[in-house]
Design a protein around this ligand. Structure first.
Ligand SMILES: Nc1ncnc2c1ncn2[C@@H]1O[C@H](COP(=O)(O)OP(=O)(O)OP(=O)(O)O)[C@@H](O)[C@H]1O
Ligand SMILES: [Mg+2]
Length: 402
């Protein structure tokens, strides 16, 4: 999947371009509100992108000399100019500056699609790798989302030899890092968001908890006030730059559905819903399932994880399977002693007690996530704007009486 960066001063056109790209194919997009010069300070972060689309009203606002410099330093980035006047003269000047394509505005979907698929074939020839994005989400607090997300992330890095980044997007009290390491996070997501303009690879790396060479964590906001400082477009930039560096990016989304978690869900190849076998979880799980359906996430991307399972929960499990119309993808047994020791000491459960049932179920889950990733289709980003989906152009179906 190619990684596309789009710069425009016009927010409406930015949204239209992203939407058209979504209709053209399976591409990852990152928006920047501004002219090309706003990218200059971002250093080697731009290396993460395959395509730079500059949307400008004139050659002057396209800042040809700036784009020329950016392109010169990054021959792997293909630039496309979108401009109302796509005359031969404009074309010549833009090509001289380093643009490979010039498309007129209003943007023609077929021309854009052709330009992008040309670039995609070139990128495929150079053998890039795909990053899989996996989100863990719950419908009730304390379901075990952070415990599972962090331990599965650790297991994938440790036993599946993958480069993994865990991003704690919990909006209440992000604590995923503390469940598996005693290392103090050097920075948190809102702190990184506040400084994206100067975020190069070295800066980003210094903000992460390095649990091992292949497993890194971007720690969450310590409280809801700090979490409210995370801006959607800044998170989008961090994802655009960070995702291509890893084999897997795992999100702990907690129980929030908001523009930030929707940004993560939109990019997710797999969405794991963490529930427990009890009637309150059945009801809330059903509601969450309906909301995800109303947001147009395909059901085949969703998996059910049944956590803290004991035989006492058999009837509730049967109700859960019937009401949600799904069987659990993985059952994680209750093991208060092992899990408490693990979370209290900040040690991954597989390190503490590899043969315990809870540990084995998490290792199986990690292995299934990786094999599913290897054979899975890439996610198609929905073209419809997220917020209109979220705030109800297509209302959620009515909750069945239970
Ligand atoms: N399989 C399990 N067996 C026993 N205890 C468990 C299990 N899974 C989780 N727990 C316990 O549940 C507690 C809550 O787990 P966790 O913090 O992962 O939940 P959460 O869904 O992330 O909560 P929050 O909504 O606050 O983010 C943990 O401290 C742990 O002690
Ligand atoms: Mg949590």
């Amino acid at each position: 999947m190619i990684n596309i960066l789009i710069a425009s001063e016009n927010a409406t056109r930015l949204a239209q371009i992203v939407s058209l790209i979504g209709e053209c194919g399976n591409y990852r997009t990152t928006r920047v509100a501004g002219r090309p010069s706003s990218l200059v300070e971002r250093g080697d972060s731009l290396d993460a992108f395959d395509v730079l689309i500059v949307d400008a009203s004139s050659l002057e606002t396209a800042e040809l000399p700036v784009v020329g410099k950016l392109c010169n330093r990054r021959p792997q980035v293909t630039s496309i100019l979108l401009i109302p006047d796509a005359s031969p003269q404009t074309l010549i000047e833009a090509m001289r500056a380093g643009f490979r394509d010039v498309l007129g505005w209003p943007l023609n979907k077929a021309s854009l699609g052709e330009a992008l698929s040309r670039i995609e074939s070139q990128v495929a020839l150079s053998g890039t790798h795909e990053t899989q994005i996996v989100s863990f989400l719950s419908c009730k607090g304390g379901a075990g989302t952070s415990f599972i997300a962090s331990n599965v992330a650790h297991a994938i890095a440790d036993s599946q030899q993958k480069r993994v980044l865990l991003i704690d997007l919990n909006q209440l009290y992000g604590d995923a890092a503390f469940l598996i390491t005693d290392e103090r996070p050097p920075s948190t997501l809102p702190q990184v968001c506040a400084q994206v303009e100067r975020m190069d690879a070295a800066f980003f790396d210094a903000c992460l908890v390095h649990v091992s060479d292949t497993f890194h964590i971007l720690a969450g906001a310590g409280d809801p006030i700090k979490a409210s400082e995370i801006k959607e477009e800044r998170l989008e930039w961090i994802l655009g730059v960070a995702v291509p560096r890893y084999d897997l990016v795992i999100f702990d989304l907690g129980q929030s559905l908001n523009p930030l978690s929707i940004l993560a869900l939109d990019r997710s190849n797999q969405i794991h819903l963490v529930l427990q076998a009890s009637m309150p979880h059945v009801r809330a799980g059903r509601r969450l399932q309906e909301i995800l359906a109303s947001l147009a996430y395909p059901p085949d991307r969703t998996r059910l994880l049944l956590n803290r399972y004991t035989r006492v929960g058999e009837r509730a499990r049967a109700a859960l399977e019937e009401v949600l119309g799904m069987r659990p993808y993985q059952v994680i047994p209750e093991d208060t002693e092992t899990v408490s020791e693990s979370v209290n000491h900040g040690v991954p459960v597989a390190k503490l007690s590899r043969n315990s049932a809870v540990s084995r179920s998490l290792l199986a889950l990690a292995s299934n996530i990786v094999s599913l990733s290897a054979g899975s289709e890439e996610v198609r980003v929905k073209a419809e704007p997220r917020l209109s989906r979220f705030f109800g152009r297509s209302p959620a179906p009515k909750l069945k009486a239970m």
